[in-house]
Design a protein. Structure first.
Length: 377
């Protein structure tokens, strides 16, 4: 597979091959093994930790005879849009001129959709004008099942099907999937409570139908070496101490690490000092300030106060405790409970369980947290 060279060795979107991809070796090996053994997999973690990039990495590592279809359904709102996304993904995965591609394109055309091409990129899009999407989705999946090589269907942000107005999407999708041979699924998503409910609730059709894998942060030690090496490849020196400071400041959260390193790499320097990364970090926060003030306008006063308190504290185990409420002047615990729910819903904070089983809360956006910590709200 050929990849373009990114304009900066710390890309903040997309996947550019293993040279620009840090670690995830155990996770890739594990997932590939499952897929090769006919199992489906459920990949979960907070946004911006690297699910989508890992899916692309797995595609790259899989044996070449595997077909690979990727669709992100975050923007879909109903079954019809799911069908369109699936159809488009199929055409995008199999070039019309390839030998399998010919039969794929013929098959899709046989379902009589409108096929259009993006004017700039030439990427095909399909739109089906049907009343019921269930049958064409089933037809597509059964078609894939008949190809003479295994196919992986990766569905990103899969929790979205929970929001469709049609109430039984999971039921018919699951029963179709059960009939397939040679097609395996790689489900992925960031709303862990929704996904857990979908896959671990015995009353739901997808119960135990995929092997769950919770993606953690990249090990700080491995990331540090990767950062130093990536700078060194371009003749730039970053010391271990500075790399460690960068990782601490970004809390080793992939997207934020990449963003800061990308900025630092842009500096016309051969040898970096502490003030360099600190300047870059300050500039990023300054630029993002408009978004942060916008958060404030999206929230009620109580919600904003709680968000600020959580971001200031960093990790909060007992947001409804007397101590925390008193210190941050948050009113009653009932108000805090309500605010927690809406902040979780808006993905401004996330809830995680530590190794001992204790739940805690943190601000979702690392830059926001750092910004708040430097302010006097
Ligand atoms: N292992 C990795 N090494 C380097 N960069 C990565 C890695 N994983 C993800 N990224 C980068 O981090 C950003 C966020 O990753 P992404 O896959 O979009 O997260 P998610 O899908 O979990 O929201 C992307 O820009 C991607 O380029
Ligand atoms: Mg993603």
């Amino acid at each position: 597979m050929q990849f373009q060279t990114p304009s900066n060795p710390f890309p903040t979107s997309s996947y550019y091959g293993s040279d620009y991809f840090c670690d995830r070796e155990d996770e890739s090996t594990h997932i590939i093994k499952l897929l090769e053994n006919g199992q489906s997999c459920l990949l979960m973690c907070n946004r911006r930790l690297g699910k989508t990039a890992l899916i692309q990495h797995i595609k790259y590592l899989l044996p070449p005879e595997y077909g690979f279809i990727y669709l992100d359904i975050l923007a879909t709102e109903n079954e019809q849009q799911f069908l369109d996304a699936l159809g488009s993904a199929l055409l995008q995965s199999f070039p019309e001129k390839s030998s399998v591609g010919k039969s794929v394109w013929e098959f899709i055309k046989g379902l009589r959709p409108i096929i259009s091409f993006d004017q700039l990129s030439g990427i095909p899009q399909v739109s089906f004008q049907v009343q019921h999407s269930e049958k064409p989705v089933q037809d597509i999946l059964l078609f894939l099942s008949k190809l003479d090589h295994p196919v992986i269907v990766a569905i990103d942000e899969f929790q979205q099907i929970q929001f469709y107005p049609e109430k039984n999407t999971d039921a018919w999708l699951r029963s179709t999937i059960q009939q397939l041979q040679n097609v395996r699924f790689l489900f992925s998503g960031s709303r862990q409570t929704l996904l857990s409910d979908l896959f671990s609730n015995p009353k739901k059709p997808f119960y135990k139908s995929a092997n769950p894998l919770k993606l953690e942060k990249i090990s700080q030690e491995i990331y540090r070496e990767f950062i130093i090496r990536t700078f060194a490849k371009k003749g730039k020196t970053l010391t271990e101490v500075l790399a460690e400071e960068i990782l601490d400041w970004t809390k080793c959260h992939t997207y934020y690490v990449q963003h800061l390193c990308n900025r630092l790499f842009q500096m016309d320097k051969k040898k970096y000092e502490r003030a360099d990364w600190q300047d870059c970090a300050q500039n990023i926060l300054k630029e993002q300030e408009v978004f942060f003030f916008n958060y404030r306008s999206l929230l009620s006063k109580q919600q904003w106060k709680l968000l600020v308190a959580i971001a200031k504290t960093g990790v909060v185990y007992a947001p409804t405790s007397k101590d925390f409420i008193g210190k941050n002047k948050l009113g009653s615990s009932a108000t805090v409970f309500k605010s927690i729910d809406s902040l979780l819903e808006k993905e401004m904070i996330f809830k995680e369980i530590n190794q001992e089983g204790a739940p805690y809360y943190q601000s979702y956006d690392v830059f926001f947290e750092r910004w708040i910590q430097g302010k006097d709200f």
